[in-house]
Design a binder for this molecule. Sequence first.
Ligand code: PEP
Ligand code: MN
Length: 338
Amino acid sequence: MIVVMQTGSNEAQISAVIERLEEHQLRGHLVRGAERTVIGVVGASIPPTLREELEHFAGVKETVRITQPYKLVSRELRPSDTIVDVAGVPVGGNRCVVIAGPCSVESEEQIMATARHVREAGATMLRGGAFKPRSSPYTFRGLGELGLRLLAQAREETGLPIVTEVMTPNDVDLVARYADVLQIGARNMQNYQLLEEVGRTGMPVLLKRGLSATIEEWLLSAEYVVAQGNPNVILCERGIRTFETATRNTMDLNAVALAKRRTHLPVIVDPSHGTGKWYLVPPLALAGLAAGADGIIIEVHPDPDRARSDGGQSLNPENFAALMPKLAAVAAAIGRSL
Ligand code: PEP
Ligand code: MN
């Protein structure tokens, strides 16, 4: 349910509503938009009489039921786009973001070389995994804290904010000390304790869609983060499992356009995991922006044939640099910029 405040309602009136919600064991999330101030009401059970009760409060214009199961992330609560600020880089505004870097941080030389290349080509953030969720326990699982330190070193030199994955609630404090964006991997999309833990940090969170998660489940996972008082969630479509085996996953562009309609949160695409093949990454990156994504995240490696993870879907620096002007052209064609 949403409590819509009258224009010109004051702080005392807003507090009175929130206090009454707390008496009912509910929580009120204040959302101040350009057009209106609303209070999103969430909790296990909303008494049927609450709407009428609140409509008598001073400063309250009306109450509206939210029809979707997710509440705080829904467009019904907040019609205007949320812009997530990542160390000064806005995500979700007119400008599309390009996050690039290796699947895993492998060495100082590798991450520094990649960071310089992608920065030069115009990327706005650096990605790289230090804690890697791998399908096989016998493959490279990341450098751990050393990887985080190398990412911080790359940020120091290039100024690019860092996006890196956190896999367990226990590691959140550690990863949060180095990262600018906490990435929740596809395999962890429904790890609700992890979602709440990253929610409590208040930091930007990149939430990948699960391998077989519906759009509704994905948005409900985002709700877990936002319900902790952290509105800084960036959704990422990274391909889903389908009957098709010719590509690693099927990048679901329907999900991009639909998520943009259902939620106010920014949505980006990951054509690297979405396709699994480096030569399919450029066309799907362009298609992602054309479908309305607020940015892309792409795997780039200085020597993909020698990558310790996901080399087959990583662009080399030349191919990444060649893609950038095409992305800028697509962005311009739909009235946006890179
Ligand atoms: C990654 O970004 O390297 C990764 C492991 O992604 P996903 O969780 O989407 O598989
Ligand atoms: Mn990867």
